[in-house]
Design a protein. Sequence first.
Length: 182
Amino acid sequence: MLTAAAIVGVGLLLTGCVPSEPIVTPVETGVGEPIFASDEEALAAAVEAYVKYLETSDEIGRKGWQSTESLEPLVTDELFAEELAASERLRASGRHQQGSGEVTNHVLQQYWDLPPRTANVVVYVCVDISSSRIYDSLGLDVTPTDRSDQIALEARLVSHPSEPTRLLISGVLPWTGSGVCS
């Protein structure tokens, strides 16, 4: 014996009232609005984050790399582990820094969002390090004599997991391309 649902289904099939394609129901992706309203806004947030990172790094260096905890809220966990290892090597060498670097130019390379609410920003920065020197444990200047006064860097930033507009430094690499420090 056929159930009522089966009879209705057969009746619909026979009369052609069943759609040939399944109905697609839109799924909420959570992408929504971009995290930054413009490339300029993303660049401004990235430069602000990088300047804080540079100032904090310089302060750590002036204290002989004794403590890197102040970098932790500014960088990703992966970069913090790298910074910690580098600081341990510098601390063991007995070196310290005097002076500071200064961002003199910046250019947006790219900005994109990934779900869920994660901004990714890559910027080129030019840092003037002419007033920054490295000294050994005896107080002798061990700054390389052939060091350039300006360095071009590529900084990669990503949204903080709970605050998408707050960017964390995820990597800093030397940039050999032209334009940012010229």
